[in-house]
Design a protein around this ligand. Structure first.
Ligand code: FAD
Length: 463
């Protein structure tokens, strides 16, 4: 056993440290499709030397201070649902699993916030909130996997982001352990807004743990909306659907959820030939919800959309968390998959969609199928989410990643809307038109974490 592990065991207690190979395996890049693919074909995958399970911010501080003395690498770990290798360890790394720090500490009815430890899983938090009539309205597809800390650190988003925003819009305050081991809150008190200096919490949202470990968070909560109206429409193609949703948003008819599938996704998921638009409106006054729904319906029908009732929406809601079943089916047929989440302004969406799809088509018959949808709509654009199914082959995997990244870049899109950089997209970090320049990020990293202790391999390549 290495000296650092001995020291961690004596400082934390042995129940908070594991060097068991089977346990370590379970925490090794659980959901990055490339790592899963390597595991499936029996190739070796990187692993950590140990896992620690802190139970308090003080435990995390102790771990970070100890790692600094030994120059050991730490990988903050929430639910492990990163799909970009952001939690990929190397041999000298110690995984810091926040799973035991999962308490809901306060639900404040007057100021409408919840204070939690960062390791709480989103679905568990939502269950606790719903008992009191509240909700985060944050529903990523990884709802049952992702934690609050991981969502903040990856800058996650969920299906209802068009109405409520991404995780960045929910975070009111953060407690962090700095890469030197100091425990601090980014804000002293809660204020609805403060211009007393820059809003530091933004530095940690999407930092993938590299600037510090989130130990607690204060998040906005909403009364669960009692009324909703949802349904599906069929239009000619993805661009027509995006244009129709853009028109709604430009008029302030903003749905909680909007999603436009391209014709291939529409055929596979909904059994229709055109493009499916899903819309959901919700709120606290039945008349207001009905009025918005009616206006949206008229507007989409005015664009040539055919109303299909609420069946497509219900079908999507019922199937959205069935990813394990779909992966198993692909695996059994010797196929594999990857997904790509890019974002583009209105003027670039069509080019980005067409050019990524053409690039994939040019890769030939080893691509079994590729399809996309637009979701997460903003004032000035939306996200495009591609799913690619291909022959199980690690070399082909990287040809697909390179094709999608290059085509998206050429069309002026940002290369990640919510999955983050991780290891997978590190090569493109400096080229991304939507991201912060690597030079600035490296300067901040050096200032905060001079020994490069925390998650040093995210944003660097995988070899
Ligand atoms: C089936 C599936 C569906 C998905 N759907 C969505 C989706 O709809 N929307 C979406 O946004 N993402 C989605 N993802 C991606 C993933 O779930 C998100 O990135 C999620 O936010 C990660 O949360 P986590 O707790 O699992 O973090 P992890 O995977 O454990 O970690 C992610 C990153 O955050 C860091 N980190 C974790 N906890 C902390 C902490 N407390 N402090 C500092 N750094 C920390 C890690 O070091 C790593 O860099 C999906 C993934 C899967 C597998």
């Amino acid at each position: 056993m290495s000296r650092i592990i001995e020291e961690l065991e004596s400082g934390l207690g042995s129940s908070k440290v594991s060097i068991d190979g089977e346990v370590i395996d379970r925490y090794t890049a659980k959901w990055w499709p490339y790592m899963l693919l390597l595991k499936r074909i029996g190739a070796e995958t990187p692993r950590a030397q140990a896992i620690v399970f802190p139970e308090s911010s003080e435990d995390v501080s102790y771990i970070v201070k100890t790692a600094n003395r030994y120059r050991a690498c730490l990988i903050p770990f929430g639910g492990g649902s990163s799909v970009t290798g952001a939690i990929l360890p190397r041999g000298n790394c110690i995984i810091v699993s926040l799973e035991r720090m999962n308490r809901v500490l306060e639900i404040n009815d007057e100021d409408l916030y919840v204070l939690v430890e960062s390791g709480v899983v989103i679905a568990d938090l939502e269950r606790r909130l719903s008992e009191k009539g509240y909700s985060l309205r944050y529903f990523p597809q990884s709802y049952h996997l992702a934690t609050v800390g991981g969502s903040i650190s990856s800058m996650g988003t969920g299906s209802h982001s068009t109405g409520y925003g991404g995780i960045e819009d929910l975070v009111l305050n953060l407690e962090l352990v700095s890469p030197l081991g100091d425990v601090f809150w980014v804000r002293g008190v809660l204020a609805p807004r403060s211009s007393m200096g820059p809003d530091l919490k933004r530095l940690y949202i999407g930092a993938e743990g590299r600037f510090g470990i989130v130990t607690k968070a204060v998040l906005k909560i909403f009364h669960t909306p009692p009324y909703s109206m949802s349904g599906g429409f069929e239009v000619r193609d993805l661009e027509t659907g995006v244009k129709a949703v853009r028109k709604l948003i430009s008029k302030g008819i903003t749905p909680a959820l909007a999603r436009v599938s391209d014709p291939v996704e529409s055929r596979l998921r909904f059994g229709v030939d055109g493009s499916i638009i899903l819309l959901s409106f919700e709120g606290y006054d039945e008349d207001v919800v009905e009025l918005l729904w009616r206006k949206a319906k008229n507007s989409i029908e005015g664009e040539g959309g055919r109303f299909l009732g609420d069946e497509p929406y219900r079908r999507w809601i019922e199937s959205r968390y069935r990813y394990e079943e779909e992966i198993r089916m692909l695996d059994e047929s010797n196929m594999w998959f990857e997904t790509f989440d890019i974002s583009a302004t209105w003027s670039r969406i069509s080019t980005a969609y067409r050019s990524v799809m053409k690039g994939l088509e040019d890769l030939g018959s080893d691509i079994v199928v590729a399809f996309a949808h637009a979701s997460h709509f903003y004032h000035n654009g939306a996200a495009l989410y591609f799913t690619v199914v291909f022959k199980k082959d690690p070399d082909l995997y990287w040809r697909i990643v390179e094709t999608v990244m290059d085509k998206a870049l050429e069309s002026g899109a940002s290369l990640s809307h919510h999955h983050g950089v991780g290891v997978m997209r590190s090569r493109w970090l400096d080229m991304d038109p939507g991201g912060t320049p690597r030079k600035i990020l490296d300067m901040i990293k050096r200032a905060l974490d001079p020994s490069n202790i925390i998650n040093p391999y995210a944003w660097s390549g995988f070899e």
